[in-house]
Design a protein around this ligand. Structure first.
Ligand SMILES: *[C@@H]1O[C@H](CO)[C@@H](O)[C@H](O)[C@H]1NC(C)=O
Ligand SMILES: *[C@@H]1O[C@H](CO)[C@@H](O)[C@H](O)[C@H]1NC(C)=O
Ligand SMILES: *[C@@H]1O[C@H](CO)[C@@H](O)[C@H](O)[C@H]1NC(C)=O
Ligand SMILES: *[C@@H]1O[C@H](CO)[C@@H](O)[C@H](O)[C@H]1NC(C)=O
Ligand SMILES: *[C@@H]1O[C@H](CO)[C@@H](O)[C@H](O)[C@H]1NC(C)=O
Ligand SMILES: *[C@@H]1O[C@H](CO)[C@@H](O)[C@H](O)[C@H]1NC(C)=O
Length: 500
């Protein structure tokens, strides 16, 4: 999903967590909002939104700890009508992106706000963007980074804002996509007196360390375009995996994939690192296939599953290996506008992600999200299933990163995911007024609610769409089922806002 904005180029070995969450946005984003950038609060001469700060406790669960910090949020009254509801868009694993507050871009929640007369807030998640609870990101400070602390921030925010603005009796609706989608559902479950309803788009509600289904959905998404397509990707990747075992092929691999520096492999982890980075070109493409994200100023929105499968089926480009290389080159240069494909060694990656400064190379969210993955969610997209196209970055490689970066053992990681499921209930949701939109080709739907639990906990299935599609601005070429899903969500909101 889309609040993350990075300015720095990151060495990433595999960041296909959600961004959906937080994805391969190493190149895709421009302009991280700086203070004066946003404080102008003018877009095309129209006042649109204001940036403000709220004081929060560092540790909501320790009454003896009185340390405080300031959390950033944006607010727009553009659509508010007296007596209307309050919409709270929850920020996730990256800086909040002010494009979600822009009345010109028409992101879907604002179109609902306009019709329902809602006051709109966008609240940044602690430890991401400019919301810094501690002086840096050293591991001992990250103990205060958790979904439970973030939900407590949200509850406090809701209480204080309602008091300040005389909105105590207003109905608050939480919105979020991907990780924040899960937060939206959990906020309704944990604080039903504060949050009246929730729209939990593409929400991964089940924590899992070995998230091998992710790549199985990638396979099926490619097969839906063309049944040969995932087979060709698999053949290509098998060839690559074979070639990369022999140093005398490094020169050719470097050339074939237009790598920025000559391939260096000194360890198994270096091999896993480059393989996962190259596979990510396809994973990222599938996850965001046709999502109307250009308004977030991400690049490569036109690079789709169709692009992958067209290139993979083109015999004029050579064998499947050469076609895959051609796809990676095309995506890098034509769509991401990069001169070459970044190929960090594992140690270079570690050096970046271990940097604990808020201005460090991974501070846009990569380090923080990795910490949450290692302590709460897992979500590691492993190649452990046989029914998927890639190889070489299995569970062990991925969980050892928790050890290498944070000194977190496999047992701790596994216990953390288990505890998350105990705490939130995984798929076993006892609540009302939460809608769960899911997209059939979004690999994250594998951890989502896949069928309606009750009339009050409906799932909305959007065949053929990817991650968080229903949240992005509508456009002429949207699939009929996507248009219908947006409409169904609107009708649910209308109905729920009439309930007490
Ligand atoms: C590298 O590629 C060239 C041209 O495609 C080929 O002739 C050569 O045999 C390859 N080198 C190796 C070591 O396979
Ligand atoms: C994507 O394609 C559309 C239609 O072909 C075009 O109008 C648009 O400029 C392209 N966007 C980008 C970011 O390349
Ligand atoms: C962390 O990143 C900052 C900003 O890029 C840099 O100045 C600093 O030297 C880095 N620290 C370490 C320990 O590498
Ligand atoms: C991860 O999950 C897959 C599919 O459920 C399974 O085949 C594989 O053995 C698991 N890997 C490990 C290391 O447990
Ligand atoms: C890593 O964690 C272990 C077990 O908790 C601890 O004994 C050890 O001192 C830690 N190592 C470092 C470098 O912090
Ligand atoms: C999404 O939810 C619907 C229920 O409305 C379900 O039928 C469908 O299987 C789900 N889709 C996916 C891909 O999980």
């Amino acid at each position: 999903m889309g609040f993350q904005v990075l300015i720095t180029v990151i060495f990433a070995c595999l960041f296909v967590t959600c961004d959906g969450l937080y994805k391969d946005n190493k190149y895709g984003y421009i302009d991280r909002p700086t203070s004066d950038d946003v404080q102008g609060d003018q877009v095309k001469d129209k006042p649109v939104f204001q940036q403000q700060w709220i004081t929060q406790k560092l540790d909501h669960f320790n009454g003896a700890d009185s340390r405080m910090w300031k959390q950033k949020f944006l607010v727009t009254e553009t659509y508010y009508r007296t007596g209307g509801p309050v919409f709270l868009m929850i920020g996730g694993e990256g800086p909040i992106n002010k494009q979600w507050m822009s009345t010109d871009d028409g992101s879907t929640w604002l179109t609902y706000a306009k019709m329902l007369g809602a006051l709109c807030f966008l609240l940044e998640h602690r430890f991401y963007g400019d919301s810094h609870p501690t002086i840096d990101l050293r591991t001992e400070n990250l103990q205060f980074l958790s979904s439970q602390q973030a939900l407590a921030d949200l509850a406090h925010f809701r209480t204080v804002m309602a008091e300040q603005a005389g909105l105590t009796n207003s109905k608050w609706v939480a919105f979020g996509g991907s990780y924040p989608g899960a937060l939206a559902a959990w906020s309704r479950m944990k604080y039903p007196n504060l949050i009246h309803a929730a729209v939990a788009s593409s929400a991964p509600l089940h924590a899992i360390v070995n998230f091998s289904e992710y790549l199985e959905v990638v396979w099926r998404a490619l097969a839906a375009e063309n049944p040969d397509c995932p087979l060709l990707v698999k053949m290509a990747f098998d060839t690559l995996h074979e070639l990369i075992k022999h140093p005398n092929n490094y020169e050719n691999i470097t050339k074939d994939f237009n790598l920025c520096s000559r391939l260096q492999i000194r360890s198994e982890k270096d091999r896993a690192c480059i393989l996962s980075s190259l596979a990510d070109s396809v994973m990222d493409t599938v996850q965001y296939n046709n999502d109307n994200r250009a308004f977030e100023r991400v690049l490569a929105t036109n690079c789709t599953i169709k692009t992958v499968c067209e290139v993979m089926s083109d015999p004029s480009l050579g064998n499947p290996y050469h076609r895959f290389a051609a796809f990676v080159r095309l995506r890098t240069t034509t769509y991401l506008l990069q001169p070459c494909f970044k190929d960090p060694t594992y140690n270079e990656y570690l050096e970046d992600i271990r940097n604990t400064s808020y201005s460090g190379p991974s501070s846009g969210g990569e380090r923080q999200w990795m910490y949450q993955s290692c302590t709460e969610f897992g979500y590691f997209q492993t190649t452990d299933s046989p029914n998927q196209p890639f190889s070489g970055f299995g569970l062990q490689y991925q969980v050892e990163q928790c050890q290498d970066i944070f000194n977190i053992s496999y047992q701790t990681l596994y216990d953390g995911a288990k505890q998350t499921n105990e705490n939130y209930g995984s798929y076993n949701i006892r609540a009302t007024r939460i809608v769960f939109p899911n997209g059939s080709i979004d690999p994250w739907h594998a951890l989502g609610i896949t069928s309606s639990i009750s009339d009050d906990l409906p799932a909305i299935f959007i065949k053929g769409t990817a991650h968080c599609a229903n949240m992005y601005p509508a456009r002429a070429e949207d699939l009929p089922q996507l248009i219908l899903a947006r409409e169904q969500i609107f009708q649910l909101l209308q109905k729920w806002l009439k309930e007490n």
